[in-house]
Design a protein around this ligand. Sequence first.
Ligand code: NAP
Length: 459
Amino acid sequence: MTTLGTEDNPLLVAIVGSGPSGFYAAEALFKSEINVKVDIIERLPSPYGLVRSGVAPDHQKLKQAIKLYEKIATSEDFNLISNVTVGTDISVDELCASHHAVIFTCGAETDRRLGIPGEDLRGSHTATEFVGWYNGHPDYRDREYDLSHDVAVIIGQGNVAADVSRILSKTVDELKHTDIAQHALDVLAESKIKEIHVIGRRGPAQAKLTPKELREFAELADCNPMVLEQDMLLNPESAKELEEKTNIGCKKIYDMFCDFSKLEPDSSKSRSCFFSFLLGPKELIGNDRLEKVILEKNKLSGEPFKQSARGTGETIELEAGILFRSIGYRGVAIPGVPFHESWGTIPNESGRVTNDDTVVTGLYTSGWIKRGPSGIIGTNRACSVETVNCLLEDIEKLDDGTSKTGAAAIYAILDSKNIEHINYEQWKNIDAKEVERGEPKGKPREKFTYVDEMLAINK
Ligand code: NAP
């Protein structure tokens, strides 16, 4: 057998998940000097993960990352195998038999739980599902959101909470030329929500959203951003945090909250978005659906940058008809792959998958399933480069002497089970149809929101 990574014996890598970390892993492999063939396997017919179904529809610029992924996909050594679920349609063992290495880049597909009474009452939703719904993700296409109430509550103050509250705060005119799914736009057009409350368990110096995202609330056509002036008081530890030069983002956020607290609300605007702090969700109350949110007033304790929220025992009630839990995503286990239950990630050392602290030869991971749900799209590039560097260092260990046929072996397995799969060219046909459907509406695209609709395009 010739050396692995040469023309006669190319390195065969299967990547599970076609979001940013998957494409950045493919990019890093192609940039290396070795001969490599990459097969990205994706559960949905459509690629690009959260760039397609997580990034807010009114943030089209962020979706330009797709242009790079499209360039990567044109490599003759690249192959997309979508509409295939690893662990169900094909096993990890089968991927290990067909490829020298497997990289898991399947993201964090579910939400963390609050763990409070009433969390599952009708009217209490996860942000993940709502985001997937307005972005046309087939898993959430048929979710129903009752926006007939006056008050919506969002728990959490990260960028996902910012996205959810901004979408609820915007008018149809502000959204109709984005790639928001039509079914969601139709429901949002009938929204009766007047007040949106974005609740942080810590203070205004610890909010996790970023300045660009917060600034957008000052530019809304029909919604006033609201902050109580008394909420801007800082404890000495928080004041110290904001003095740190490296903490410039939080300082900008705090200054913007201060500006909001001094704004005279524009009475011609019909909605208000309140940012409130030091309030922890305690209980959701309602007979057959959400009626009230009980929040406990919090105090911060601990040194600067390590402050956590502690309940004071004092509670307040907020009447609300709908609530979104936006407290972070969580990874889902894949059968046959080690999983850290409490962290919701695949255990790893710099991207090498480990089992009981021992490296598992041939298995790698990158992105949110490797490090947890943090960072922006570009963060995944460095994360994937680290993983691919480890894989390339290990190359001598990856040749187990068996003959491997890569994609051909996967296709044989899928075809024997009659599992319909989509390649990149077929995806581009779906993509073109979506763009065509969007044109008459002045939208970048009108997404297909059911898997069957997507599959029908290539029949
Ligand atoms: P996140 O940034 O981790 O924010 C989670 C929020 O939930 C924090 O405010 C956190 O408060 C709060 N929280 C956590 N557990 C809680 C609990 N038990 N009770 C009450 N509050 C709780 O997560 P995310 O918003 O889901 O975003 C995930 C990543 O995607 C982030 O890196 C984000 O920047 C990124 N993202 C970026 C964009 C963009 O660039 N436009 C858009 C969307 C998402 P503590 O701080 O106290 O933990």
